[in-house]
Design a protein around this ligand. Structure first.
Ligand SMILES: O=C(O)C(=O)C[C@]1(C(=O)O)C=C[C@@H](O)C=C1
Length: 266
């Protein structure tokens, strides 16, 4: 099997893939999260994508991929995220900092404390290190493994705003795999009408069935201003199949998968 992730080697996604891959599984490095969804769909493989961070919130490219492709969620993982500031230059020589936009948000307090620097966004934390290695008077917000890989000295460790910085990752696959006893399910509510009480009615169905929501996030439906879809995750310790049937009576739904929480072993 092959496991598709955001590359180049050294991203957090890649670090997670290294931890969870099967012994004979290869890692396929993709340039963007969108490309991970494309590879999973075209090659019938599995992939790993970041979906939300405790500090910076939802990862738009992943939410769009879930909405726009037939990929299904088959597991979730939580990973502590530590950001590193790496450069071949001293602090007073640095003029440009490369950072992934999610990491920029997660380390904005440290980055704000740097004076007279320009920030350039990149496609991944590893790409940031790659760029900083090439450009004069530059630094990167990166992972420990990418700093090592590109031979960039660490100027400061743990530059994330919060010491409890965590990113939730999803395993996605091209087919539906329903585990015996899933921990959670994810759906997208796609409202077919705009009327008072629609969202209230949807949430009431969860409440009446005693089903606990673990996340609700609105995202523009891309059909015009003020039009939204709602990403919902819920626990599956109570009968949820009938509840989903009831939801379908009042709203459009896309089922994204029911899955296990897989904890990471060090
Ligand atoms: O660039 C990386 O290292 C990634 O794996 C992507 C990503 C993300 O998009 O959320 C993953 C974890 C961190 O939250 C920051 C960046």
């Amino acid at each position: 099997m092959t496991l598709a992730v955001l590359g180049p080697r050294g991203t957090f996604s890649c670090e997670l893939a290294e931890k969870i891959k099967e012994a004979d599984e290869e890692i396929l490095l993709c340039s963007t999260i969108h490309d991970v969804f494309v590879s999973v769909t075209e090659n019938q493989i599995r992939g790993i994508v970041p979906v939300e961070n405790s500090e910076a919130g939802g990862v738009g490219e992943t939410l769009d991929g879930l909405m726009q492709t037939d990929c299904k969620i088959t597991a979730e993982y939580y990973m502590p995220i530590r950001h590193f500031f790496a450069s071949e230059y001293g602090f007073d020589e640095i003029e440009v900092v490369y950072t992934h936009p999610q990491s920029h948000e997660q380390a904005c307090e440290f980055l704000r404390s740097l004076r007279d620097i320009s920030i350039i966004h990149t496609s991944s934390n590893s790409q940031s290190a790659k760029e900083a290695k090439k450009a004069l008077n530059s630094a990167a917000v990166t992972t420990e493994s990418a700093a090592k890989l590109y031979n960039l000295p660490l100027l400061k460790k743990d530059i994330q705003n919060s010491q409890n910085n965590i990113t939730r990752f999803l395993e996605i696959s091209s087919g539906i795999i329903l585990p015996d006893k899933p921990d959670k399910c994810s759906i997208v509510i796609i409202p077919k009408e705009n009327r008072p009480g629609l969202l209230y009615g949807i949430l009431e169905i969860f409440a009446k069935n005693g089903i606990n929501l673990t996340r609700i996030e609105s995202r523009p439906s891309k059909e015009g201003i003020g039009r939204y879809v709602f990403f919902i995750d819920f626990e599956t310790d109570r009968g949820w199949q009938d509840m989903v049937k009831n939801l379908k009576k009042i709203t459009g739904i896309k089922e994204l998968g029911c899955y296990k929480n897989r904890s990471l072993t060090e």
